[in-house]
Design a protein around this ligand. Sequence first.
Ligand code: GTP
Ligand code: ZN
Length: 210
Amino acid sequence: MKRRDRILTTEPVISAADEKLEVPGLRDLTHDWLAAIGEDPAREGLTRTPHRVAKAWSFMTAGYHKTLQDAVGEGVFAAEGSEMVIVKDIEFYSMCEHHMLPFYGRAHVAYIPDGKILGLSKFARIVDLYSRRLQVQERITTQIADATEELLSPKGVAVFMEGVHLCMAMRGVQKQNSSTTTSAMRGRFRSDPRTRAEFMSAVQGTLRSR
Ligand SMILES: Nc1nc2c(ncn2[C@@H]2O[C@H](COP(=O)(O)OP(=O)(O)OP(=O)(O)O)[C@@H](O)[C@H]2O)c(=O)[nH]1
Ligand SMILES: [Zn+2]
């Protein structure tokens, strides 16, 4: 058998550990998707692609299988003080629910404590929890604000997100330079313009201008 024929007829070797990282069924669906777009799923460069895609998508949608409690663990602490806490520039990567194409950017989260604080890394975990699903940016923004309220019952919460949507850049209106900002303001951030202005001046500056 010539080398090329051998490659075409051999199933890719995938370890059991790697297989566990895949949502069942995604590999076969990817195989069919490749055929549907006119590809040959058996050609050399594609033999492991269904496995890679299944693994990647399982990671990128892991948020469906986790709860807020999984994300924050024991990260809530009792604490005095009521000064604004801002966690800026949390990268997020999500996929739009309309086209299943990526959108990505930065999230900024602030809150004013009322007896409870959250470990800082947990904000990044909360952002990942809601980003790793099919989403719209508005919903991620609201969910981060809701989660912070639920965990801390703070005096106020603010979430500001800046995102670039590939479904608007690669296709559709094809606007490569547009970005989208969304926000959720609760409690003191909603009722007090100075608090909101302090937050916004700390975080504003569009993704594109950096
Ligand atoms: N509000 C919101 N819209 C989004 C988000 N991500 C993608 N979209 C938009 O979802 C819309 C889907 O519009 P449709 O008209 O149903 O789909 P379409 O025909 O593919 O639209 P075009 O993208 O204009 O070609 C588009 O306007 C997208 O830009 C998001 O996070 N929030
Ligand atoms: Zn889209």
